[in-house]
Design a protein around this ligand. Structure first.
Ligand code: GLY
Length: 583
């Protein structure tokens, strides 16, 4: 009786207080009506003809405008990729590299494009070692030798030429305009340029672009123009890939490398190619999880962890309860231990992708997780450790009205890469060489160890954690996801997928929920604000070591598609990120 009265009161309240919300429907709504539960505290952006979500709103708008003009998801994604190189110079880039996963609706075909940077041909295994054999950590991060041959231009053009519908000029025009005419300084870029000021000011070309003539910063709302970058974009618009890899841009990048003792030559530039690799496709309770293969470790370990927990009833254990988080932590611990030993560029190392992503292996390692007791990482094989990667990278997701989807993560590695702009190009150069293992088998400057599979070799691609992912339901894109965050990318993407598939969260809730991260070593779990003290106490009593949090985990840009409606979400952790839907 009491329960009935309570239900009645609750329905009256929900109708009186929020009739609009009550009308938004629930999971029984008719097709073409937004499906949100009346209890949802987080609401995604809604679009009926497509969605673009990225870390920076002017770039999201560029993608939305391309979709409105009739471009497909690939056209829009390429336009966003070039636009972010202008409006989000910390990680958007043409001087770096990344990975793109595409699903084409018509052909029911998934494609994975590897446009990761490549080590110059003069690179060698010991190039970051001092004479005494110790690792020089600055050399792999903040010098011209930190840069690999950039892959972004080749990757974007490969995607457009093979799967887009518009011309390179059309999709690059907005990026060119943003660089040439400028855009108003916005909050996040302003803080980021303030934080990186000291190092960026050391590079004459970067200092000239990002700070005023008297060395002062641009204020919020003041126009930032990037004329040299506009020149580079125009060269690419007119001359295509060759303008970047063989023409005047290449000459300027190579001259800048030579001036700063870097290794990249004209031959290295001319030899760069973007590669299509077979996507990793995991099978999870009837969903297909399409994700990136090596040289990213992201896809392998996403699927490995999902497989390990497939037979646990996570839903009844509850979202972010100690019981669920214990399983997450132990599965992550094993996956990152494996990563340190087995993962590297598949063109150079024998990477056991099939074994690591097999259901049999998952069962075997799942069986070793104790029910309510933490293991110690030192007891988990293999004995080698993994690299630490910087948290700055960026992700965007796009879907169009025909059901095509693009999930793209790309990066300069650190914010602003090695903090060096190639003179006369406006192009920030990556420091992706730091993602190699500088000294396999021996602790580096952070006390960490990397595997031989990821040692430096000429023309090899460094191991990554980027995890652009598209989840298919009945062979159609249902959830598009991805995030920056260095080594935390894999676990961030994993939790977005579990939140949707296991805990029925909408796109925004799935990304707003607090996240955790464990990466084998150091043996400590990071837990974002929002998980209760009670839960953390239970985990600590099981023996889990809880790390102090200094930052949030990742920045997801996701899209969910169901019954003719696109639900977009840009991470609430990120100032100036935006999902933009079109109708
Ligand atoms: N540089 C970060 C990554 O590739 O995972």
């Amino acid at each position: 009786m009491k329960l009935k009265v309570l239900v009645l009161i609750t329905s009256i309240i929900s109708f009186c207080v929020s009739p609009a919300l009550a009308q938004m429907g629930d999971s029984n709504s008719a097709a073409n009506t937004p499906r949100l539960n009346t209890t949802d505290r987080f609401v995604p952006v809604i679009g009926r003809a497509g969605m673009v979500t990225s870390r920076e709103k002017m770039a999201s708008q560029v993608g939305a405008d391309i979709l409105k003009k009739g471009g497909n998801a690939v056209d829009a994604a390429v336009a966003v990729g070039f636009a972010l190189a202008v409006t989000y110079p910390q990680a958007g880039n043409i001087g770096g590299g990344g990975f793109m996963v595409i699903h084409l609706a018509d052909e029911n075909k998934s494609i994975a494009i590897d446009y990761r940077e490549m080590a110059p041909s003069a690179a060698h295994r010991d190039m970051y070692l001092n004479e005494d054999g110790s690792v020089d950590n600055d050399r792999s991060k903040y010098t011209a030798k930190a840069s690999g041959v950039p892959g972004t231009v080749a990757g974007m053009i490969h995607a457009l030429e093979n799967y887009g519908t518009m011309s390179l000029k059309e999709v690059m025009q907005p990026a060119y305009d943003l660089a040439n005419d400028g855009f108003p300084m916005y909050n996040y870029l302003q803080s980021s340029l303030n934080n990186r000021r000291e190092r960026l000011m050391e590079n004459e070309a970067a200092a000239k672009v990002f700070y005023k003539a008297d060395g002062s910063s641009y204020n919020y709302g003041e126009i930032l123009k990037q004329k040299d970058l506009a020149w580079s974009l125009k060269q690419i618009m007119d001359g295509g890939k060759d303008a970047f890899y063989k023409g005047e841009i290449a000459r300027r990048i190579v001259a800048d490398q030579a001036a700063h003792d870097g290794l990249i030559t004209m031959e290295d530039m001319a030899n760069y190619v973007a590669l299509e690799r077979p996507a990793i496709v995991g099978d999870y309770k009837g969903y297909k999880v399409v994700t990136m293969p090596p040289p990213s470790s992201g896809g392998v370990h996403l699927i490995q962890i999902m497989n390990m927990l497939e037979n646990d009833d996570l839903k009844s254990k509850g979202h972010n309860t100690a019981a669920t988080l214990h399983l997450y932590i132990e599965a992550m611990r094993q996956a990152y231990a494996d990563r340190s030993k087995y993962l590297g560029d598949p063109d150079f190392a024998d990477v056991p992708v099939e074994e690591l992503t097999s259901k049999e292996y998952a069962k075997l390692i799942r069986a070793q997780i104790p029910a309510d007791k933490a293991r110690r990482s030192t007891d988990i094989a293999p004995a080698l450790n993994l690299l630490v990667e910087s948290p700055d990278t960026t992700h965007f997701s796009v879907m169009d009205r025909d059901g095509n989807a693009v999930s793209n993560t790309y990066t300069l590695n650190f914010s602003y890469g090695n903090h060096m702009m190639a003179a006369g190009t406006g192009i920030m150069m990556n420091n992706e060489m730091d993602d190699f293992s500088a000294k396999p088998g021996t602790p580096n400057g952070y006390g960490l160890i990397g595997g031989e599979a990821n040692s430096v070799q000429p023309r090899k691609r460094p191991l990554s954690s980027m995890t652009p992912t598209i989840v298919l339901k009945d062979d159609k894109p249902f959830f598009v996801t991805g995030s920056p965050g260095g080594s935390t990318i894999i676990t961030t993407v994993l939790q977005s997928v579990f939140n949707v598939l296991e805990f029925d969260m909408n796109a925004m809730h799935a990304l707003a929920a607090p996240r955790i991260h464990h990466q084998w070593l150091p043996d400590a779990v990071m837990i974002e604000e929002g998980v209760s003290k009670d839960t953390k106490d239970i985990l600590a009593n099981m023996g889990h070591i809880i790390a102090p949090m200094q930052f949030t985990l990742g920045s997801l840009s996701t899209i969910m598609y169901r019954d003719g409606i696109f639900y977009g979400a840009a991470d609430i952790r990120s100032m100036d990120a935006a999902a933009i839907g079109i109708d």
